[in-house]
Design a protein around this ligand. Structure first.
Ligand code: ZN
Ligand code: ZN
Length: 371
């Protein structure tokens, strides 16, 4: 029996002549767990006692009964070890964090790196000491968060980093790199985006933003209210934030058409040294309603079909073109409404029908995708 045990599991060896104590490692999914088995003098497995390292104990928590039962029913030590391996494989799957538990020097390394960086930068650390959230303030006082997921072979293996940014976060990492260097690299990335955020902060501060509802630092799009049911959607390029952004005017045709002509006629006078908001004002020859001059409720008119403003994430951006009506609808609501009417007709993805409010002709494109 002992010889086959050695063959099956070369890391588990008898410690005494009586062969009642086995010590060594059990290997599961390329991880070694220290364990020791004490057998009674008659070598009866039923009476055997298992001593596990703390990782193994942690892993087997909740599986004690199964292990005990396997000990009772296994014919010999070899088959018990094989059973135990199966149990451990299952247990590892439900404890993904145990799969690659870091060695002790991981923690001392982490502590010395945090000491160099400054503990005041640490916003959060998880119970496994693997995920850190680090605070970073840019030179304009905006607060940012860098999420760092350390690998068990840190710092030999580069950590996974993420942040609320409009561009992919590219980090250079060598096995000699530290969290302090990582943090400095992040600060440089933040500085490179300072102009982009300055442009958007000004727009957010001085206009009414209809979309996104709560812009994040990664959002490059803003839909700015111009007037009742008229808005402009701008897409600011994070790498060239002061250039003319991609613009899309939304609203009833009779209001949008003159604005579109002004945009086309004046876009050559776009001045990259001035802010995007000032340029937009000059090019469109308008004043944007701002929180100082208007209530937001004057722009967030509900959909004329479902009577709500937000439908999932969408706002009512389909507007009746009749100047006396101008009723806004959600695209999905209007599409469903018109499709249900026998008087409507459909050509490809466009439905032609009548405005539910003023009965003037109205068209709507099929809603892109409904979740
Ligand atoms: Zn609706
Ligand atoms: Zn209408």
């Amino acid at each position: 029996m002992e010889s086959s045990l050695v063959k099956e599991n070369p890391l588990l060896l008898p410690l005494n002549q009586e062969k009642t104590i086995y010590d060594g490692f059990i290997t599961v999914q390329e991880r070694d767990f220290r364990m020791r088995i004490h057998l009674p003098p008659d070598h009866q497995l039923k009476q055997a006692k298992l001593h596990c390292c703390w990782q193994l104990k942690h892993l087997l928590r909740g599986y004690e009964c199964i292990v005990k039962q396997r000990l009772q029913h296994s014919a010999d030590l070899v088959s018990f070890i094989l059973e135990l391996k199966t149990v451990l494989e299952v247990a590892l799957k439900s404890h993904p964090e145990c799969r690659s538990m870091p060695p002790p020097q991981y923690y001392s390394q982490l502590i010395s790196e945090m000491e160099a960086l400054g503990w005041d930068k640490l916003l959060f650390i998880d119970t496994e000491f693997r995920t850190l959230r680090l605070k970073a303030d840019d030179s304009s006082g905006r607060q940012h968060v860098l999420t760092v997921q350390l690998k068990s072979k840190h710092p030999a293996e580069p950590p996974e980093c993420s942040a609320d940014l409009p561009i992919p976060l590219a980090i250079t990492w060598t096995p000699q790199s530290t969290l302090e260097q990582l943090h400095s690299q992040f600060l440089l990335v933040l500085e490179s985006l300072a102009d982009f955020w300055a442009v958007l902060d000004e727009i957010d501060r001085e206009t009414w933003i209809l979309e996104p509802e709560k812009p994040s630092r990664a959002d490059t799009m803003r839909r700015i209210a111009i007037g009742n049911n008229v808005s402009i959607k701008v897409e600011v390029d994070p790498r060239h934030p002061k250039m003319l952004p991609e613009c899309c005017l939304l609203g009833a045709e009779h209001v949008v058409t003159p604005l579109r002509s002004k945009l086309n006629a004046n876009m050559h006078s776009w001045n990259p040294d001035s802010s995007v908001l000032h340029n937009l004002r000059d090019v469109l020859e308008i004043e944007f309603p701002s929180p100082a001059t208007h209530e937001k409720s004057s722009f967030s008119v509900e959909c004329g079909i479902c009577y709500s403003y937000r439908l999932e994430a969408a706002i009512p951006d389909q507007v009746c073109n009749d100047p006396r009506c101008g009723q806004p609808f959600h695209q999905a609501c209007l599409y469903e409404w018109l499709r249900a009417l026998p008087s409507s007709r459909q050509s490809f993805s466009i439905v032609f029908g009548e405005c539910p409010y003023c009965s003037k002709p109205i068209t709507v494109k099929m809603a892109a995708q409904k979740s």
